[in-house]
Write a protein that binds this ligand. Structure first.
Ligand code: CA
Length: 416
């Protein structure tokens, strides 16, 4: 990839380089809602950019960036996303002064805005596509010898979640109440979840509608993806363990998930493509694919105590996924199920082979048997009230860095 220099001051190690250009939604100091693209510590306000006439060569309806959510823009399709990306790259490149001359009117500081939910999420699906995670959970919840169920290597297992409880980074998370079975007991009790956990995931956002009966082929599936965010699928393990048979996750999962506010496009993630794992046994023809469809994205989980001490409790990578996004989408639509612009599909917890790369506290503490050591001297098996969990992620290759920023949430006691 050619090196591009920008006239914007982008700090070293910034996630938001000229190669990234992620989309976000925010409210400014005056209370105006708008959409923007991040670069360094700044934001290009897309509504102001369009009003200044700097996007006139792109086929964009007037006021497209002056709406509540980005869905209408996303629905314009991949050629428009790519044209806007190319135009923004041009405007930000050193030597081009069209935007630079008007930057006081068009650009804002990220510290001066409050990020908000960028899209209306109609439907949300959560997959279960990391073989290490599925095997770890299977051996803890069931039998270590039968950790993976017979279907797992044949299809990307998933379930439908609720979009109503997906929150933007920074939203506090209330500890859920629910049924659970104390150790050694046979009858359930009701109370606060004592095994509140995280799930390190990434999620993609659908960029095009399908019609009833339509199936998406793996060869074009990525054209239906607008971009990706970091995703923390908060989970109450005690509630989950009691309720999940036979229909799967319900109240142990649907109280909250959190997303990072900046949507990184697949165009920006292209430099980080890598081959996926060999799938054995061979998958059915509709799940077969060509090319590199995994992405080398470094992921980390930080736990910060109420006193402010941060510990990185896991380092993982999106490239570990057994099933890729194209396969997930092909499987999701193979029965003719419709998907819509703004739908969100999460990867499932991303664990690696190494113990330090497990994507949940359930795995890191092995169901509470091995407490996680924190820098403060404290330990954790699961989350305490007052703990804040932050996920971060970025790709890096040949001095090109593209990152997601972060998604964080603080645990509060149950809402009274
Ligand atoms: Ca999950």
């Amino acid at each position: 990839m050619n090196k591009i220099e920008t006239w914007v001051n982008v700090p070293n190690n910034s996630d938001f380089t000229i190669y990234n250009l992620p989309y976000g939604a925010y409210t400014d100091k005056e209370g105006n809602h708008s959409f923007g693209v991040a670069i360094g510590r700044q934001i290009i306000d897309l509504n102001r950019l369009q009003e200044a006439g700097l996007l006139s060569d792109i086929n964009l309806p007037g006021g497209i960036f002056n709406r509540t959510h980005l869905n209408d823009f996303i629905a314009l399709g991949k050629p428009v996303w790519t044209s806007l990306r190319n135009r923004l790259t041009q405007l930000l490149t050193k030597g081009n002064t069209a935007l630079q001359d008007k930057s006081d009117e068009i650009m804002l500081d990220q510290d001066d805005v409050k990020m908000r939910m960028p899209i209306h999420i109609g439907d949300y699906t959560d997959f279960y596509s990391s073989i290490e995670h599925a095997a770890n959970v299977g051996s803890m919840f069931r039998d270590p010898d039968k950790a993976l169920l017979p279907n797992w290597r044949h299809l990307p297992v998933g379930y439908h979640g609720r979009s109503s409880s997906i929150y933007i980074s920074g939203t506090p998370i209330y500890r859920p109440m629910g049924q659970q079975i104390p150790k050694g007991e046979t009858q359930p009790i009701f109370g606060e979840s004592k095994r509140l956990d995280i799930e390190l995931e990434m999620a993609f956002i659908i960029g095009g509608n399908t019609t009833q009966g339509e199936c998406i082929n793996t060869s074009v599936a990525e054209d239906h993806i607008f971009g990706m965010v970091l995703f923390n699928d908060w989970s109450a393990r005690d509630i989950q363990k009691w309720e999940y048979v036979p229909l799967g996750p319900f109240l142990g999962k649907n109280f909250a998930s959190s997303i990072s506010p900046w949507i990184v496009t697949l165009d920006a993630l292209n430099p980080f493509r890598v081959a996926g794992p060999v799938q054995d046994p061979k998958v059915l023809p509709y799940l077969q694919y060509q090319g590199e469809k995994n992405f080398d994205i470094h992921l980390e989980v930080a736990l910060t105590t109420e006193a402010g001490d941060e510990t990185i409790i896991s380092r993982s990578n999106f490239k570990y996924m057994y099933w890729n996004m194209a396969q997930q989408l092909a499987h999701h639509t193979i029965n003719g199920c419709t998907i819509c612009v703004g739908d969100m599909m999460a990867s499932g917890t991303i664990s690696g082979k190494d113990k330090s790369s497990y994507g949940s506290m359930l795995e890191l503490s092995w169901a509470g048997k091995n407490p996680i050591q924190l820098n403060s001297g404290e330990t954790r098996t699961f989350l305490q009230d007052g703990d804040t969990v932050t996920l971060r992620g970025h790709g890096e290759r040949d001095d090109i860095r593209v990152g997601f920023g972060e998604v964080s949430g603080k645990i509060l006691p149950p809402k009274k």
